[in-house]
Design a protein around this ligand. Structure first.
Ligand SMILES: [Zn+2]
Ligand SMILES: [Zn+2]
Length: 170
């Protein structure tokens, strides 16, 4: 959804319906935009975008790799400024992390939604807190298939014990 900044009215624009997007907001068709409530407000040459995005993204569990549809509620508070012509003009401080750019009078709201949603995704999602993950030896999903790998690995403390008891018997 491309917004022409010069055509924004002084009151701004409310986007409250995902169906307002002629093209899907997400490039990945498996990502689903569940809800959007954004206010696009011109502020001089700048534009602010504030509100919320709800989306469901098919992630994979960081331990067992099972598919894990993840629902995210994204709080959006972004200021966009016209992209400077030359790179030398670019002086962004640490305070300006939430500053983005638009160019040629065009604000791509779909791209903004995709970026903000991506930033909100968990780095290492887990299907459940105590997910047992994949066995590093045989690759089995230990939530589904208990494997014997751990038990087969000789425990050095047990080895010492068995030597000790063998000596006692002998
Ligand atoms: Zn898992
Ligand atoms: Zn195993």
């Amino acid at each position: 959804m491309i917004i022409r900044v010069s055509e924004l009215s002084p009151e701004g624009l409310d986007v409250r319906d995902a169906r307002q997007f002629s093209t899907p907001a997400f490039t990945d068709p498996e990502w689903r935009l569940d809800g959007v409530d954004l206010h696009v407000q011109p502020d001089g040459d700048d534009v602010t975008v504030q509100g919320t995005i709800e989306a469901t993204v098919p992630l994979a569990c960081g331990r067992c790799l099972e598919s894990l549809p993840t629902h995210v509620n994204v709080l959006v508070d972004v200021r966009l400024t016209p992209r400077p012509a030359a790179r030398d003009d670019l002086e962004l401080g640490a305070d300006d992390l939430d500053t983005d750019f638009y160019a040629n009078d065009e604000l791509d709201l779909g791209a903004l939604i995709q970026t903000e949603t991506t930033l909100a995704l968990p780095m290492k999602p887990l299907c459940r807190e105590d997910c047992r993950g994949l066995c590093p030896a045989c690759g089995m999903n230990r939530n589904l298939t208990p494997c014997e790998c751990r038990e087969q690995k000789p425990d050095p403390r047990l080895a010492v014990l068995s030597q000790w008891s063998a000596r006692r018997k002998g």
